[in-house]
Design a protein around this ligand. Structure first.
Ligand SMILES: *Cc1c(COP(=O)(O)O)cnc(C)c1O
Length: 375
């Protein structure tokens, strides 16, 4: 059996090496390392894959979130509603821009924003909501968009973990993660479902004027060379990364199917184990399994993690401390028990190896050892 890894990028590269190497060689030969033709080609291909009218690439998922809030014209002191159970970037960019993060808790079943709590924290200063499509399934977007519409708020989707996931609205129409809000953000960090070989990110929008503004802001606010229309960032997707992503986008459906098959195998094998709860997929969304995350029930996590590790099974805890309890965000004034679901999840979640190269033998081994440990 191959050594089990949390994410296996070497195995994935070995399968696409021919295509990948020639794509990279082309960029090297052209020497157009910034704003080369692959960047525009990738943006167009990703727009067509997701159904977004416009895709604007940038240097990371974090930058995408920051650019989104900048382009929407949010002002210092404006409030942005999001969740404390997420990767730090979602909240970091709000704080960096002098905006105020306001949290609502997540749902215990799907780990995404509890939309029913949003209205109770809206104030006259609230300007935007950032739902996070955590671990690969989407937040409950239809009721959230409804709240946003009624209160005239922007919606910025953090789709960094959910590229290709789809929400079905009550009229039956499918909508891809990142294309439902005013702006959607994604990340191409190497371990993400569509990962490049370094940092990268992109923004989705249906609004042409907003796309134009995002493009401007991602390139120093510069339209005409050395003439600056607004304060911007240096946040571009390298041509080499765009070339990598064009190759991987052609395989994304297979990659997603491999993740979903691995998840289905895990879930079938772990269904009868009372000490773990396998992931719930909400009826409104598909799940692209960026992570396969269990909830442990009445099991001490640390010794389990150590025993699995000793048996050659890596695991990870996403995320061990919710953001409202982090030192960096203490000034927001939140306390323990303000968001009990996030706090409980931080203590009981455990993510198993999940990537495109997991095979049946590895999954059977993981499940066998895990079951023994939990007897
Ligand atoms: C990865 C991630 C980000 C940040 O993306 P980077 O490309 O690493 O900057 C933001 N939000 C979530 C939920 C993520 O998983």
């Amino acid at each position: 059996m191959e050594k089990i890894q949390m994410v296996d990028l070497q195995g994935q590269y070995a399968k696409i090496k021919g295509e990948m190497d020639s794509a990279l060689q082309e960029v090297l030969a052209s020497a157009r390392f910034v704003r080369g033709p692959e960047v525009t080609a990738f943006e167009e291909e990703l727009a067509s894959y997701t159904g977004a009218a416009h895709v604007v690439s940038c240097a990371s998922g974090t930058d995408a979130l920051q650019l989104a809030l900048m382009a929407l014209g949010l002002q210092p002191g404006d409030e942005v509603i999001t969740v404390p159970f997420t990767f730090v970037s979602t909240v970091e960019v709000i704080a960096l821009l002098g905006l105020k993060p306001v949290f609502v808790d997540v749902r215990p079943d799907i780990f995404c924003m509890d939309v029913t709590q949003v209205e109770s924290v809206i104030t006259p200063r609230t300007k935007a909501i950032i739902p996070v499509h955590l671990f690969g399934q989407c937040a409950d977007m239809e009721p959230l968009l409804d709240v946003a519409r009624r209160h005239n708020l922007f919606v910025v989707e953090d789709a960094c973990q959910a590229i290709g996931a789809q929400v079905r609205f009550s009229d039956g129409s499918p909508h891809t993660a990142g294309t439902m809000g005013h702006i959607g953000c994604t990340s191409f960090f190497p371990s993400k479902n569509l990962g490049c070989y370094g940092d990268g990110g992109a923004l989705f929008t249906q609004d042409g004027a907003l796309a134009e503004r995002l493009r401007l802001m991602a390139n120093h606010g510069m339209r005409q060379r050395y003439h600056y229309e607004c304060v911007g960032l240096n946040s571009r997707l390298d041509t080499l990364q765009a070339a990598v992503l064009r190759v991987k986008l052609r395989h994304l459906d297979e990659f997603t199917a491999a993740r979903q098959a691995a998840a289905a195998d895990y879930t079938a094998a772990l269904a009868d184990l009372p000490a773990v709860q396998t992931p719930t997929i909400a009826p409104h969304t598909t799940h692209v399994f960026h992570q396969y995350t269990l909830k442990l029930e009445g099991v001490a996590r640390q010794p389990l993690v150590e025993n699995l590790s000793a048996a050659g099974i890596p695991t990870a805890v996403y995320y061990p401390v919710p953001l409202h309890l982090q030192k960096a965000y203490a000034s927001l004034g939140y306390r323990t028990s303000d968001f009990p679901v996030s706090e409980k999840l931080a203590q009981c979640v455990l993510s198993l190896p999940m990537h495109t190269e997991l095979d049946r033998e590895q999954i059977q081994y993981i499940v066998r050892i895990l079951s023994q440990e939990l007897q």
